[in-house]
Design a protein around this ligand. Sequence first.
Ligand SMILES: OC[C@H]1O[C@H](O[C@H]2O[C@H](CO)[C@@H](O)[C@H](O)[C@H]2O)[C@H](O)[C@@H](O)[C@@H]1O
Length: 635
Amino acid sequence: MIGIPSPRTPAEDVRPVPRVGRIEDLAYVSDLRSGALVDRDGSISWMCWPRFDSLAYFAALLGAEKHGLWRIGPAGPSGQPSAPADRRRYTDGTLILESSWITPHGTAQLVDFMPVTDDDDALRLVRIVRGVSGRVPMRSTLRARPGYGRPSQDPGRPQVHASGRLSLADQGDGHLWLDTQAPCRVDGPDIVSEFTVAEGEEVTFVLSWQRGHDEPPPTPAPAGLLKATGDFWVAWAGRSTYSGPHGDAVERSLITLKALQHQPTGAFVAAATTSLPEEIGGSRQWDYRYCWPRDSALTVEALLACGYKEEVRAWVGWLKSVIGGRPETMQAIYRVDGGREMPETELDWLPGFEGSVPVRTGNGAAGQLQLDVYGEIVGALYTAQEHDPELAPVVAPLVIDLVVCLEQLWEQPDEGIWEVRGPRRHFVHSKVMGWVAVDRAVRLIESGRAQGPLEQWRELRDAIHRQVCERGYDEERNTFTQSYGSTELDASLLQIVTCGFLPPEDKRIVGTVEAVQRELSTQGGFLLRYRTDGQKPGVDGLAGDEGTFVICLAWLIAALAAIGRMDEAEIHLGVLLGIRSDLGLLAEEWDPYSGRQLGNSPQAFSHVGIVHGVLAVTTARSAGNGRLPARAATV
Ligand SMILES: OC[C@H]1O[C@H](O[C@H]2O[C@H](CO)[C@@H](O)[C@H](O)[C@H]2O)[C@H](O)[C@@H](O)[C@@H]1O
């Protein structure tokens, strides 16, 4: 029976408060060492310090407020949290977030940023409250909870020092300090400030992480930090060489990719979070605060395509230090400092994002055999030295070492690009990426930029090609398949189209694009990575389903452009751009049925997808509505 809504009482007749707490509600700020996520209501619900993979001080995102959160916003009646901001944006070309509230008392703005610094031992998160008009009552509640808010971890009572500075929450070898001119009340382990901000006034809060426990950090100068941070990002964004359509989207994705790089080491993390669910209420929660050679190689290709070299040089240095000289010990995942240990652990005190448990830290996929990685790394190294010839002498020995190693491994089954937790298989994508690695090595040797067994590797390249075409292609359905002998399909097969394995007009290529679209696309053209099987563990060994995978849609766009279906590619590109948040951010997956982002966020893969999708379409268009050049990019 459909009920007739009763008339609203005056008390109910207030502005409806939109829901906060969706993944697309999260804004991202970073100091290139770690990052913080800011919700629409001015809450920082996720932040790990001093590094992306450190323990979190604020983990409410995966639990409740008691697990750590710092909210600043207009004071709601009788201690109620603030409503969601009415408008949010990043100031142009920066990672400085502005959230604005229009209230009956006036308009107030919160500016959030993390200054980029060279001092690893002194990090900061700055929050500036500005009065735009009227006099707006505001509240700040700082609830830092070390160790992901673990119940046994006593955050201690904040100490007010003689200087008026506040020290709070200790974790490992670091300590948090708060500087503010707002009045502060210590309430158990929380610090609460209630104040009014009038037009033209500013009230600043600076939270500093300082190594050691005794010495307070230098007194911050928020205005100078704001200017320096703005200048840094504007200058960085200004170095992009991309000037075509959808420039704002490309710029935001490039800034996000940069903000996922750990500046001191050059490593890129796959995302800033752990355990945002790939299915609400499901079990697919993983920790992405580490560096995957695969994800970072694709990130590097996107940065190179837009003219960035410094970040790529830093990444090559990182890669060399973690695998150089002993590629046979290469892992699928590293810590940003090259650390190899990341045991997968469940944080059983956290109830998870919308109840999605377990919350995991560490990642058990680190020790898997993922042969596609050779192709992605060698492909990125090859592109890097093409864009930056000074890199050739550094890149050449790495490429040779990797291919020597791959020569021994390529015929083995593996866990593949998707890091399946089911049995190893002969994934076609892995074999094709093996072909890419050998092909790029051969080209380097042919051009005289590397020394290696040219004839032997030409034969190896042909042998891989032959095997894939014989065992990974289903003649009857005219499509490559997920693995040898399987009838399943996989969206990673779309990478075959753009990597140069076959000419784009080859019937097997066109057939594969069509088959993937037919069998893996959902309403709206979004793509599943592969078919999951409900409660029965599927190819990935996991029960449950998941959303569609954002980067796969970008691969489809590039594939359509490559085979000359430009109109279709452009329509899909519009769809991809349309699922970004109001701030231009993307998580790993998209649920086309509920219209929600899913998975860790912001995720490098998805932002690589934006750059890749836009560039694929604009490159093909500028080549005369024609096809994408066969080896456009492996991103
Ligand atoms: O689907 C199961 C796997 O999911 C995660 O891997 C995914 O994220 C990685 C980082 O972005 C990416 O490199 C990989 O291609 C994705 O499948 C998770 O990290 C794995 O542990 C898990 O087995």
